[in-house]
Design a protein around this ligand. Sequence first.
Ligand code: NIG
Ligand code: FE
Length: 415
Amino acid sequence: MASQIPDKIDTLFINCHVATMTGNALSIIEKTALGVTGKTISWIGKEKNLPDALKIRCQKVIDCQNGWILPGFVDCHTHLIWGGSRSNEFEMRLAGATYEEISKKGGGIFSTVQATRKASKDELFISAAKRVAALLSQGVTSLEVKSGYGLNLETELKLLEVIGQLDKTFPLHIQATFLGAHTLPQEFAGDSDGYIDLVTKTMLPAVKDQKIAKAVDVFCERIAFTLAQTKKVFQTAKDLGLKVKLHAEQLSDSNGAALASEFSALSCDHLEYLSLSGAQKMAEHNVIAVLLPGAFYFLKQTQKPPVQILKDLKIPMAVATDLNPGSSPVHSMTLILNMACVLFDMTCEQALLGSTINGAKALGLEQSKGSIEKSKDADLVIWDIDTPADLCYLAGFTPIKMVMIEGMIHNNNFN
Ligand code: NIG
Ligand code: FE
């Protein structure tokens, strides 16, 4: 499977094996040569098929020492900008309190909101940058970050601006999602419709005007917003030309997945309580299922998402860290892969597809990210592993030899 010959190659990787993640499978090519020209992949095939004429037109040749090249991870669901800490709530939960109880007493998301409102842009940038750096060091090359710990116009915009700043500072592709409808701020206690009016009439138009987010998310749940309120937000987002996605059926079945599907959502995320009819709607509207085993694990949930139904209905499954201070303070994609297999019964292949091409689909990035194909962005990680399954099996171990993002080399550990 040699491809057409490019005029020149800037970086040629040899002595490697590649899992391309094409065709809904690992799609392994052993003893591969992979060429990168500019920011994209320009040649991929068996090393023995590499034309001699091309070999001499390579600027730089990297011997991968029999390593594996996979697409960089696409972490398609995070809330990694926040102020303060919730380690006290972690200890409360260890002593027996539940996530919902803590939330009802004014803790939970709202305690992070208070700390986030107080934090300056610089403080938020500095703490979030450490989290982005941790994910990059784990092989993440594309990342979604949500707002949602501001819950007023000023702080929501501040969070989205920090996301933009992170995108400019780091080599990763960082995509912002507006999650103004994350939970009800205390100043709107007893008036959740009033808050939804603020989201739809003031925040969403500002987000649209400033072109500061790609998509709009809502937490549809009994401790957050109702189905009718979610619909209002989605309708406004749609009218403004913004994509939608949903925190759906995380703690109960609120019928969110069916509603999100009717709005052609990019993804429905969490889905522990997803019903068969909700899943059928997702299949009908090509909605990606984003599974978040970190939150399931950290909240000690027992109801698993219906992975078998998702498989039977051929709904693409993505997996992501959900990195956030309350329900998933997990800074490791490989640990998440292990959890996806052990807790959600996914195969290693499904977990790896979930963290690459299906993560890219959940962000609408599948034309350029998530798999190794000619003309796609050269977002690649070279791993010192024996087989791709090691990334799921060796929980939290990240033997990275090199990361390349859009043709540029980062984290070069070759000696
Ligand atoms: O994905 N479910 C809502 N949002 C986050 C939790 C955020 C928090 O507890 O701070 C989640 O689990
Ligand atoms: Fe989340």
